[in-house]
Write a protein that binds this ligand. Structure first.
Ligand code: SAM
Length: 339
């Protein structure tokens, strides 16, 4: 069977799937508080449609899938969905990105269903600030969620921390302490110019995590370590004497497009070649149109899925243009595409 290779020779082995645009949080850098228009249910891909698409991607060499959103644990039936994914032979790695709010209820069930690991977003270790950033989150619940994920063995656990100047940059050392004391992999992520509340004066709020890394290197002794089992965007380091690691994701200050191996599927059934590109291919429309044709329905759908996957891979740009000098607001809202 053929593989998915883009115009620049990159082999595509990773699919990021958003299963919902809905989220119980309204993070200030991600979504507006209100009013907020969600995609109508009938326009959201059904689980069985997503499973069918993933089955075909796996035949084309994709072996890693990350489930995201919106908040994926806010969509009903997510455990059964993971179970179905686990049945796909050759799908080696199934992971999920969550805000952690529902995780203490779900961790064990997700592990049993076949989920390999979780990434948990956590931008502050101070209850009040956490509430301010997420607008409706609970730090206590997320910390419990982290404990449950550790207990369930959803490992390695990666913690996503978006750094924003004047908001949480004073907490870098607290996060380092967390990585020292617990087997967690803290990833400092550069804030990208999307979202409503913070899009003005973006330059003042942006912090290069390369700079953060240099400052930390003066104080701590750390050595590179590979926890990725692949070519993910973060570079990880183990701090001497620590249980966990720290990582840096330099989406703006140092691009990692050369090694990008991913494509995306949005909750409304659009394939996207790159987070920063607004090109998309409508796979939902294509497969639903065919579903009406009962004869050879399944076979035809498979063919269409494969065709659309090949098309989106050919749209992958060599790299994105966003950098510290060119920080135009992104043409999307992260919750809609799936960060
Ligand atoms: N609800 C889940 C969560 O909170 O992890 C998954 C969806 S969320 C959109 C995925 C990731 O995107 C989160 O780690 C979030 O911090 C990140 N994100 C959203 N907007 C961002 C921005 N403007 N810059 C950097 N990261 C962003």
């Amino acid at each position: 069977m053929s593989q998915l290779v883009d115009n620049f020779g990159r082999k595509i082995t990773y699919l990021r799937v958003s299963i919902t645009d809905r989220c119980n949080y309204r993070c200030i850098y991600c979504q507006p508080e209100e009013p907020f228009e969600f995609i109508p249910h009938e326009e959201i891909l059904r689980y069985e449609e997503i499973v069918e698409i993933i089955e075909e991607t796996v035949k084309l060499g994709i072996n890693k899938v990350r489930i995201t959103g919106g908040e994926p644990l806010a969509r009903k039936g997510v455990v059964g969905f993971i179970k179905k994914l686990r049945e796909i032979k050759k799908l080696e790695d199934i992971s999920l990105t969550t805000n952690g709010f529902f995780l203490s209820e779900y961790a064990e069930k997700l592990k049993e269903a076949g989920l390999n690991r979780v990434n948990i977003s956590l931008d502050s270790l101070q209850e009040e600030k956490y509430k301010k950033i997420t607008r409706r989150g609970s730090l206590e619940k997320v910390l419990k969620g982290i404990d449950s994920a550790l207990k369930a063995g959803l490992l390695p656990i990666k913690i996503n921390t978006v750094l924003i100047r004047g908001i949480n940059d004073d907490e870098v050392e607290d996060f380092i302490r967390l990585a020292l004391e617990r087997p967690l992999n803290i990833r400092f992520i550069e804030f990208m110019p999307s979202g409503e509340e913070l899009k003005d004066n973006y330059r003042d709020k942006f912090i290069s995590v390369l700079e953060i890394k240099e400052n930390l290197a003066e104080k701590y002794s750390f050595r590179p370590i590979d926890i990725n089992s692949g070519n993910g965007p973060a570079k990880y380091f183990q701090i001497k004497g620590g249980q966990g690691t720290i990582g840096f994701i330099t989406a703006l200050s140092q691009h990692f497009c050369e090694t990008c191996n991913r494509i995306r599927l949005t909750s409304e059934g659009k394939l996207r070649p790159c987070l920063f590109s607004n090109k998309e291919i409508d796979i939902r429309g294509a497969i639903r149109k065919l579903a009406k044709d009962k004869k050879n329905e399944r076979l035809l759908r498979k063919k269409v899925i494969i065709k659309k996957l090949k098309e989106v891979v050919k749209l992958k740009p060599e790299g994105h243009k966003l950098n510290i000098k060119n920080q135009d607001n992104l043409p999307f809202q992260m919750s809609r595409i799936g960060g």
